[in-house]
Design a protein around this ligand. Structure first.
Ligand SMILES: Nc1ncnc2c1ncn2[C@@H]1O[C@H](COP(=O)(O)OP(=O)(O)O)[C@@H](O)[C@H]1O
Ligand SMILES: [Mg+2]
Length: 338
């Protein structure tokens, strides 16, 4: 029907004078896991609430599963599932009773609902807890039920708003696995998280939102490439007889653009040009230095990208330039020595 699972066109949400979501336009492809990142207050949850028809846009429009958010809101609701920021669960009901309750809200026929509940409990490995009161569950177990609750009506698109917030590492891991499985079954996933590792591991593409606007949007790899100065390489050298003299000599090489001493033996050296590694090695040897190891890294992390596009310093520059990174003229900070 449509190649996009979601299409936002100048979507805007104001609370009084305050603009929480500011003229947001982006598309999410069918079958994607789309990472929706941004600092607290960036407007992520507000955007998700609008796309789930829980909040009215102030202006702009969006299509969800091919249906217009405003004109076809009932159709939109039929195609989506929401794992909300706050869990909605009845503590005094059992897992199955909770799921039945929500299944009835979705008007799923009784027999089909029972089958679906069993399938989903199996998906999250909770079959044996089916008839146990939610009040006896750990936070992680509750969250697994909360996640499958969103899957009851077999949605095409699932919104997961910080599904691993406050969970222990084991549960976090299992929720990530479940997210992958949901996606593997053909469901488009919009995932909000503060865990960059999670965003990077799961997302096909990532949007970083700040002040209700897109600050960057691309695949994790491309985002990382963007902030790495491509002709600069960062070498980590371990020199067993490192002296300040030698450090001075390396630093004075033209190919070396920045450098820092990590400890008695280790240097991080940013260098430019094809011949950089040769020159560094020659210099160290010439000065009688003994190289124990050299590592070479050009990789930045998604966290670097996040801080680069939302951090205070970069934010000021970004507003001067007003050039969103996904249009291809993003701010490219000089590769740093970390
Ligand atoms: N119902 C509301 N009334 C007034 N302000 C709101 C309301 N909901 C959210 N906001 C404000 O909108 C901004 C974006 O909030 P939110 O979408 O929850 O951010 P995020 O999920 O990215 O942390 C925040 O500054 C928040 O305080
Ligand atoms: Mg939020």
């Amino acid at each position: 029907m449509t190649e996009y699972a979601i299409e936002l066109n100048n979507l805007t949400k104001k609370f009084g004078d305050f603009t929480a979501v500011d003229d947001l336009s982006l598309t999410v492809k069918e079958g994607e896991i789309f990472g929706f990142l941004g600092p607290n207050g960036a407007g992520k949850s507000t955007t998700i609430r609008m796309l789930c028809t829980l909040a009215q846009p102030t202006s702009g429009s969006a299509k969800v599963a091919g249906y217009d958010l405003i004109k076809d809101s009932a159709r939109v609701r039929e195609n989506i599932g929401l794992v909300a920021e706050k869990m909605i669960m009845y503590d005094r009901l059992t897992a199955a009773e909770n799921l039945r309750f929500f299944g009835k809200l979705y008007e799923i026929p009784k027999q089909k609902l029972e089958k679906r509940i069993d399938e989903l409990l199996e998906l999250v490995d909770m079959q044996e807890w089916k008839n146990t009161q939610i009040s006896k569950f750990s936070t992680g177990m509750k969250q697994r039920i909360n996640v499958i609750r969103a899957l009851l009506p077999e949605p095409k698109i699932v919104f997961m708003d910080e599904p691993t917030l406050g969970l222990d590492p084991q549960t976090t891991f299992s929720i990530r696995d479940i997210t992958r499985e949901i996606n593997d079954s053909g469901v488009t996933v919009i995932l909000t998280t503060h865990a960059m590792v999670e965003a990077e591991a799961l997302s096909d593409r990532v949007a970083i939102i700040d002040h209700g606007k897109v600050a960057a949007l691309d695949t994790p790899q491309k985002l990382k490439n963007m902030i790495t100065n491509s002709d600069t390489t960062i070498f980590g050298t371990k020199i067993t007889n490192l002296t300040s003299d030698l450090i001075g000599k390396i630093n004075s090489l033209d190919v070396v653009t920045a450098m820092s001493q990590q400890d008695d033996y280790n240097l991080k050296i940013s260098a430019k040009g094809d011949d950089a590694l040769n020159q560094i090695i020659d210099t160290v040897r010439h000065e009688g230095g003994n190289i124990a190891s050299i590592t070479n890294s050009n990789e930045s992390t998604l966290e670097d990208v996040f801080l680069a596009v939302t951090g205070k310093e970069m934010r000021d520059q970004a507003s001067e330039k007003a050039a969103p990174v996904h249009h291809g003229h993003g701010h490219t900070p000089k590769a740093r020595v970390r």
